[in-house]
Design a protein around this ligand. Structure first.
Ligand code: 5RP
Length: 224
């Protein structure tokens, strides 16, 4: 199966997972990226059952609205029941690297509010140790060089993502050559650098469930 087919399979699996759990007042958090987009397109098929969504990016909000699915500001909802989003990497503890699409900060905010975080990804994303994918760090523009120097001190090779401005008006540094055996400690350490908005490690708030698309079918993984 192609990676595209595996992404479609997990988008379908997420819909099957959620459909029986949706209630009249449910609020769905919606992620960002190509896998999340496939999920949004499937969600459109049951939009009559969808009370409200909150989106982790302007792009996802626009896609949801284009299907006629109601999108709310996070500040106007009392709770987010489920958050569905892709990932760039996951380890067996369902700690993630996210932010390949530059939406990491809003993704982390929605994930923090959500009662249940359902991650959808193809099998290429499951790794033993996080960090083969360069770690995205969202940075206040004037702090870019300072943060880059601090990331070098931590052992990484930060590269400015040219031409990208986040939905929050900030820039992204991608940290290469940076294996992360202790994601929880590293997430906090990087967030403590002045000028960092947040980093793409989701260890303080990992996923609760990973629907993993494999050539043997979609596997449902829980944190080990
Ligand atoms: C966006 C993200 C995405 O979830 C991540 O990049 C995976 O994207 P895709 O589903 O296109 O592989 O974190 O900021």
């Amino acid at each position: 199966m192609s990676q595209e087919q595996l992404k479609q399979a997990v988008a379908d699996a997420a819909l099957d997972y959620l459909r029986p759990l949706l209630e009249n007042d449910s609020v769905l958090g919606i992620g960002t990226g190509s896998t999340a987009n496939l999920f949004i397109d499937r969600l459109a098929g049951i939009k009559g059952l969808v009370n409200a969504t909150v989106a982790s990016s302007e792009a996802s909000a626009a896609r949801l609205k284009s299907h006629g699915i109601p999108v709310y500001d996070l500040n106007t909802v009392d709770q987010v029941d489920f958050y569905v989003d892709g990932a760039d990497e996951s380890n067996a503890a369902l700690q993630l690297i996210k932010g390949g699409g530059a939406a990491l900060t809003r993704e982390k905010i929605v994930a923090a509010v959500a009662a249940k975080f359902i991650c959808i990804a193809d099998e290429s994303k499951l790794v033993h140790t996080l960090g083969q994918f360069p770690l995205p760090v969202e940075v206040i523009p004037m702090a870019r060089s300072h943060v880059a120097r601090e990331l070098v001190k931590l052992g990484g090779d930060p590269v400015y993502r040219e031409g990208v401005v986040t939905d929050n008006g900030n820039v992204i540094l991608d940290v290469y050559n940076f294996p992360i055996p202790q994601p929880l400690a590293m997430e906090q350490k990087i967030n403590n650098i002045t000028g960092v908005v947040t980093n793409g490690l989701f260890a303080l708030r990992p996923a609760d469930v990973l629907l993993l698309g494999t050539s043997q079918g979609v596997k449902t993984l829980h944190a080990q």
